[in-house]
Design a protein around this ligand. Structure first.
Ligand code: G
Ligand code: G
Ligand code: MN
Ligand code: NA
Length: 252
């Protein structure tokens, strides 16, 4: 309850920040995107992980307001970093089940895109398998609306839920992100699952992003296995806007 009140106050006082973690193409090694990650520095307790406050924000309904702030800020920031560069670098935003279910969500997305001036194709929405599986029909409906608005979709934490192949076929996603629990055990025990995910995704024309890449051996294995994009501490930690914008400027 204390955290909930402080969360409410933090929203009012604009106490949140976004960090951007770069994503790189496996073939050319070029910068191809960033995931926006929410950061809250509590006045006395210091940094609090979204793992700890997102569930509270969800239960209290504050996630809708907080999520709108994240979406708006991420689109504004991406519009800024692309204004200074000839490259077009998209931003990926995590969206919770509550937000996705909200009837006005797609309208909010459209408004934010229009106000920020960011091209719809430069926004990617990350959804998790588990949030979609809770209500498949509603999830597919929401995904179709977002795709119709021109937004890209990614399936986050892939492999940790229970979705079957047939569902993957009906999910209109552009990419899926192999959960870092499988990446962590590459090139050893994670191999069979990572191989299967890559092959299955490619057969549906879905791009594969590996998250949590920390070791050179993991990166080498992923390149060899045909993974499309990598994200992790090895290639880049989440960083403040200014630092990420500098990275974009260095792109050819
Ligand atoms: O980097 P990190 O510890 O921040 O992320 C932890 C978890 O919090 C991840 O599962 C990530 O998807 C989630 N997360 C980070 N930012 C956001 C956000 O803006 N909205 C939602 N719903 N989840 C987020
Ligand atoms: O669930 P989601 O993919 O949105 O989670 C992103 C989370 O993963 C963030 O907390 C981010 O800080 C964290 N993260 C990013 N790269 C790495 C990595 O290489 N190793 C580990 N352990 N965590 C990472
Ligand atoms: Mn994510
Ligand atoms: Na993830």
């Amino acid at each position: 309850v204390r955290l909930e009140m402080e969360l409410r106050k933090a929203i009012e006082t604009n106490a949140f920040e976004l960090a951007y973690q770069p994503q790189f193409d496996c073939r050319g090694g070029t910068l191809v995107g960033a995931e926006a990650l929410l950061r809250w520095v509590h006045p006395t307790d210091g940094p609090i992980s979204p793992v700890d406050f997102i569930p509270i924000a969800e239960d209290s309904g504050l996630i809708v307001t907080l999520g709108q702030w994240v979406l708006r800020r991420a689109c504004q920031d991406a519009a800024r970093w692309n204004a200074h560069s000839s490259a077009s670098i998209p931003v990926a935003v995590n969206v919770s089940a509550h937000q996705l279910r909200h009837p006005r969500f797609t309208d909010d997305v459209r408004n934010v895109l229009e106000q920020s001036g960011l091209a719809a194709g430069l926004l990617e929405i990350e959804l998790t398998e588990s949030q979609l599986m809770a209500n498949i029909e509603a999830g597919v409906e929401a995904m179709r609306r977002l795709r119709a608005a021109g937004v890209r979709l990614a399936l986050d934490d892939f492999g940790t839920g229970y979705s079957s192949l047939s569902y993957l076929q009906s999910f209109p996603v552009n990419s899926l992100k192999i959960d870092r629990r499988f990446v962590r055990t590459l090139p050893d025990s994670g191999q069979p699952i990572a191989t299967a995910i890559i092959s299955m995704a490619h057969s549906f024309d879905i791009a594969v992003v590996a998250e949590g890449v920390e070791m050179p051996e993991q990166l080498e294995w992923l390149i060899e296995a045909g993974c499309d994009v990598v994200q992790g501490f090895l290639t880049g930690r989440p960083m403040p806007f200014e630092q990420f914008a500098d990275l974009v400027c260095k792109e050819p």
